[in-house]
Design a protein around this ligand. Structure first.
Ligand code: UP5
Ligand code: MG
Length: 190
């Protein structure tokens, strides 16, 4: 993977901030491949892998799955894809995730797209999503919010200190959020 030297953009933001929704738009307009760490973990549960039960229990509790597991899935997905630019959605979620990914892959993100949104709005979105996600119930949602504040926001702050964060107001309607996202990617291609 180090030889492939892909371009990576991390897409971060609280649960329900719109990461997946906006990644789909970015893929369409800018030719990235979207890798959602959460989707990869959920696929692992479905495939009946030996880690499946552990992953399922952690997601139900809103906890962060050990980085070896997630990084392996991300690496495999990048190696199996011919594209050289990836959106990594929902990872890294804590300092350990971040540091381990750098050491293992030798990849640093080009920048970090950060979707800022109030908990009130995110809660409303998650409770009305209706996609049958086992973590979209109010008890698990509260846990996810706590983990985000305690463990994931520090990762955003770390990248902020390196000047890599592109912060987006994600509380607006989907099309307006994407206008702001487009401006970030357009600036990159100038
Ligand atoms: N919606 C989206 N944008 C909207 C807008 N602007 N206005 C109004 N509605 C909007 O959107 C959520 C809902 O809101 C949708 O119904 C959408 O239509 C609507 P979505 O785009 O799905 O938001 P997203 O930020 O992707 O929300 P998601 O729930 O996927 O975020 P999480 O970060 O909670 O979930 P993820 O799948 O990344 O992780 C789930 C769990 O997996 C974690 O809690 C953790 O246990 C585990 N995990 C790890 O352990 N390690 C990892 O690296 C990754 C995950
Ligand atoms: Mg998502």
């Amino acid at each position: 993977l180090a030889e492939k030297k892909p371009t990576v953009v991390f897409v971060l933001g609280g649960p329900g901030s719109g990461k997946g929704t906006q990644c789909a738009n970015i893929v369409e307009h800018f030719g990235y491949t979207h890798l959602s760490a959460g989707d990869l973990l959920r696929a692992e549960i479905k495939s009946g892998s030996e880690n499946g039960t552990m992953i399922q229990n952690m997601i139900k509790e809103g906890k962060i799955v050990p980085s070896e597991v997630t990084i392996k899935l991300l690496q495999k997905a990048m190696l199996e894809n011919d594209n050289d630019k990836f959106l990594i959605d929902g990872f890294p979620r804590n300092e350990e995730n971040r540091a381990a990914f750098e050491v293992v892959t030798q990849i640093e993100p080009e920048f970090v797209l950060f979707f800022a949104c109030s908990e009130e709005e995110m809660e409303k979105r998650l409770l009305s999503r209706n996609q049958g996600r086992e973590d979209d119930n109010i008890e698990t949602i509260r846990k996810r919010f706590n983990v985000f504040l305690e463990s994931s926001l520090p990762v955003v702050q770390y990248y902020e200190s390196k000047g890599k964060v592109r912060k987006i107001d994600a509380a607006k309607p989907i099309a307006e959020v994407f206008d702001a996202v487009k401006a970030v990617f357009a600036a990159k291609h100038e």
